[in-house]
Design a protein around this ligand. Structure first.
Ligand code: HEC
Ligand code: HEC
Length: 472
């Protein structure tokens, strides 16, 4: 077998040296941020030196591909996501710790290869990029990056605004662990898993005919979150910013999310201990790194085409395999976001006139669907919901639907999106409205949800059932 050709690279500081330089630069930058605005009005913490890098992922990775055996006992204390990860670990869910990579003889080189790729394709906080360096064999990356409004000028503007408005919650690299996060429940989002909750993308396939890896948001969805915030959480509204700034922030959120996801999968394949990887490693322990890179690459290739000839690709590959896999993954993720934008959910026409009260029969039908499909999570209409783990290994409570507070928006169409698409990272499935007349089924459920918090708007038998004697 051929030796792994190492990637030609410019001399870089060791990981520890790099960390130190990040730390020093960050400290200087933060201190400068505190001092300079006092001295020079108009010049704020948004400036950041070129020498500051995005932090390397150091917190554990979790990949909940099936629901854990039992529910979490409570919410973890604010700012302590490690507590709920420990609960998962106690149930036998693998929690992958990037620190353990350092212990493997090949780990430092793997990490360096990941860092080099991330730096070349995503830049630094001062000069954020997405794929503008160009990647051999992937002409589409630079083009898609433009389609998705991820050009350097837009990202630089977004990065500045992000440091001003979002960093204290979402963190420099989008890890959701900014200074304020220690006081918050729910925690600010960790963007680095590429998952969003409040989406209005119809289920669709890629042009290649395969399913997207994850349910991607449309750009519109991120803009909605920024304009209105997430009601009932600490995520504020940024509706008063200039339109260009909100657009740039949406682009920058995508940048952090895509960068984080590429890093996530590259580390995931280095750390996971699935039977197939273990078998390959056992056969030839000296080639563990190469075997893992091949598994990552075949993952990246097979996500697109289960018939892909991985061996052929490996034998022809000129450079290192890990960056080739990361480039393939980046290309794929960009195509998924672009496809999401082209596939909005197109709501079925509401069969009831909007200027008249909802007919009692519609509410009764909505209640019937709710009892069949929703009460197992939203017990007591959400008053007694049991807690669940979400895909970040955090804890979430199925909403109390007797209170009219909706994170993803309160317009009828927002509730329509929620039930038609579900909330994938929280395990909330989409509603089944296919029986009989789907438009009626869907809108009956939405209308029931909208009336549910208001006893007065429910027919007396339903009101009695849900609210007892209460009228308001
Ligand atoms: C005070 C803290 C705070 C600040 C400031 C903040 N966020 Fe958030 N953000 C949150 C929290 C908390 C959540 C997650 C809520 C949840 O999942 O229930 C969140 C979630 C999000 C989401 C995910 C929406 C989805 O569909 O899943 C996006 C996107 C987002 N924030 C972007 C931003 C951007 C961009 C900024 C700055 C302009 C920002 N946030 C500022 C706390 C904050
Ligand atoms: C597997 C569990 C599960 C099922 C089944 C489920 N949900 Fe949910 N639902 C959740 C969770 C968890 C949340 C909270 C998400 C969050 O706060 O981030 C939620 C939140 C919601 C919200 C609030 C959305 C918002 O914007 O805040 C609505 C509305 C909702 N569900 C409606 C329904 C309806 C209607 C059904 C049945 C068709 C249903 N759910 C079935 C788990 C579930």
């Amino acid at each position: 077998m051929q030796q792994i050709p190492t990637q030609p690279s410019t001399p870089r500081p060791s990981p520890i040296g790099r960390w130190l330089s990040v730390l020093v630069a960050l400290t200087l930058w933060t201190t400068a941020g505190l001092v300079i605005p006092l001295a020079l009005p108009g010049c704020g913490v948004t400036e950041i030196p070129d020498s500051v890098f995005y932090p390397l992922r150091s917190n554990p990775l979790v990949n909940l591909d099936k629901a854990p055996a039992s529910a979490p006992p409570a919410f973890p204390p604010p700012g302590k996501p490690e507590v709920s990860l420990k609960w998962l670990e106690d149930q036998g869910v693998p929690i992958l710790n990037p620190d353990s990579l350092e212990k493997a003889p090949w780990g430092t080189e793997w990490r360096e290869e990941v860092n080099t790729f991330l730096l070349s394709q995503f830049g630094t906080p001062a000069k954020p990029r997405v794929g503008t360096e160009g990647v051999d064999g992937f002409a589409t990356i630079a083009k898609l990056s433009e389609t998705l409004q991820l050009t350097p000028a837009v990202l630089e503007r977004g990065s500045k605004q992000y440091r001003r408005l979002c960093l204290h919650c979402h963190g420099l690299g989008g890890e959701g662990a900014g200074a304020t996060s220690g006081w918050l429940n729910p925690l600010p989002r960790d963007f680095r898993q590429g998952e969003f909750k409040f989406i209005s993308t119809a289920e669709h396939k890629l042009e290649s005919g395969f399913q997207p890896l994850k349910a991607r948001p449309r750009r519109e969805d991120i803009l909605r979150t920024l304009h209105l915030g997430l009601e009932g959480t600490s995520m504020p509204s940024f509706g008063l910013l200039a339109r260009e700034d909100v657009e740039a922030l949406a682009s920058y959120t995508l940048h952090l999310s895509i960068r984080g996801e590429v890093e996530y999968w590259a580390l995931f394949y280095a750390l996971r201990q699935d039977p197939e990887t273990l078998k390959a490693v056992e056969k030839d322990p000296a080639k563990e790194s190469r075997n893992r890179a091949i598994r990552f690459l075949s993952g990246a290739l097979e996500w697109e085409d289960p018939e892909a000839d991985v061996e052929d690709f490996v034998s022809k590959a000129k450079g290192s395999l890990l960056p080739a896999g990361m480039a393939k993954l980046l290309d794929r993720i960009l195509r998924e976001y672009a496809a999401a934008d082209k596939n909005p959910i197109l709501p079925m026409v509401d069969p009831y006139p909007s200027d008249q009260p909802t007919p009692a029969q519609s509410l009764a039908n909505g209640l019937k669907i709710f009892q069949a499909q929703c009460v197992n999570c939203h017990a007591g209409y959400g008053r007694q919901s049991a807690l669940r783990f979400d895909n970040w290994g955090g804890v979430v409570r199925p909403a109390n639907l007797t209170v009219p507070v909706y994170k993803g928006g309160r317009r009828p169409v927002d509730l329509y999106y929620r039930i038609i698409r579900g909330i994938p990272p929280c395990g909330m499935p989409k509603a089944n409205v296919q029986e009989g007349d789907p438009a009626r089924q869907a809108w009956d459920l939405v209308r029931f949800l909208m009336a549910l918090p208001y006893p007065d708007s429910l027919p007396s038998d339903i009101r009695q059932q849900i609210h007892g004697g209460a009228k308001q």
